[in-house]
Design a protein around this ligand. Structure first.
Ligand code: DGY
Length: 332
């Protein structure tokens, strides 16, 4: 990321930052190049209010608010650039952006390590019954004699792991798993990848992955194809000792089917950083089950990663405004 668009050939254009918590680094990058207007809140209403009549040229998007026709109509036809501070862009109406000739950039790669760390955190805590163990401590049911069969979990070392989607994050997960001494790495996706070979991972079909994996990691983006892909049939093909980890989007999983599979002992446990909806309802069954570990969509939530995401988004936007190709454009 060595080169950014020059100020000389750019009149002071306006960027709307649709989230008041965006790290300072983005503002530092924009300084002297563009005028910045920041939304007063994270919610849709504040964003729409901020955009009305603001006549901005670019949108810095961050958060789960859908970027749709209403937003773009409010922003006006002069908007030609959007940067989303996320790897995923399922919350953005990409077809509409394309139709309007708007360019889009996202933030892949800079968050791979942080998200992969959370994937491993969830895999380990789900396999070693973290939620259940903590409840035993809290509820005074930690038995005071040495029962050799109490709280037994599943080993990662020597296991077969299946990665759904061997993209950047999937690969970062695979690299970590190799350090844990897994026996075999399988993956599914659209096609076999050279990176798979480098990692010693084997390309298989979904049924084989489900049947053979001790751990399944969901690392594919949310698309029409992946939406609800983990349904009752999917879980029925997993091992009874199998563990599923989701760091992608909650909608990849049919949550009711997952809850049933967990309750019926059809699978061993789940570790989820993403759910449906988000925030998860406080009365969700997922919170009651002791074989589920949950984190509140914090995959990319480290200081360094969020700063890197903000920096890349700002640089993408400047490039877009300067008419240059973004560092990490989304192909629309
Ligand atoms: C991403 O970047 O897509 C993360 O899930 C944060 O939304």
């Amino acid at each position: 990321l060595s080169k950014i668009a020059c100020a000389e050939n750019m009149a002071l254009k306006k960027v709307f930052i649709a989230n008041p918590s965006v790290p300072r680094v983005a503002y530092n990058i924009f300084e002297n190049f563009v005028e910045v207007i920041t939304s007063s809140g994270y919610d849709r209403e504040s964003i729409i209010k901020g955009l009305s009549g603001a006549n901005v040229d670019a949108l810095f998007w961050a958060g789960g608010v859908k970027l749709d026709k209403e937003i773009l109509d409010t922003a006006g036809p002069q908007v030609k650039v959007v940067g989303t501070m996320s790897a995923g862009y399922n919350h953005i109406d990409t077809a509409l952006l394309k139709a309007k000739g708007i360019v889009l950039g996202n933030t892949p790669r800079v968050l791979d390590d942080a998200v992969a760390d959370v994937a491993l955190l969830l895999a380990m805590s789900a396999s070693r019954r973290y939620t259940e163990g903590r409840r035993h401590i809290e509820e005074g049911t930690w038995i005071n004699f040495f029962n050799t069969q109490w709280m037994l979990g599943q080993d990662i070392s020597g296991s077969t792991v299946g990665i759904v989607g061997l993209g950047n994050i999937g690969q970062a997960i695979a690299k970590r798993l190799k350090g844990f001494g897994v026996a075999k790495i399988l993956y599914t996706g659209h096609r076999e990848k050279p990176e798979g070979k480098e990692l010693g991972a084997q390309f298989v079909n979904q049924d084989t992955l489900n049947r053979e994996s001790d751990f399944i990691f969901l690392a594919a983006p949310l698309t029409n194809e992946t939406n609800q892909m983990c349904n009752a049939d999917f879980f029925s093909k997993m091992k009874k000792t199998g563990i599923i980890v989701n760091i992608s989007r909650g909608q990849l999983i049919d949550q009711a089917a997952l809850i049933k599979a967990l309750k019926d002992g059809e699978i061993f446990a789940a570790g989820l950083d993403v759910m449906d909806p988000e925030p998860l309802n406080r009365d969700s069954e997922l919170l009651k089950l002791s074989n589920v570990v949950l984190t509140p969509h914090i995959g990319s939530a480290t200081n360094n990663t969020r700063n890197a995401m903000a920096e890349l988004t700002a640089k993408n936007i400047l490039r877009g405004l300067g008419g240059e190709e973004m560092f990490t454009p989304v192909k629309l």
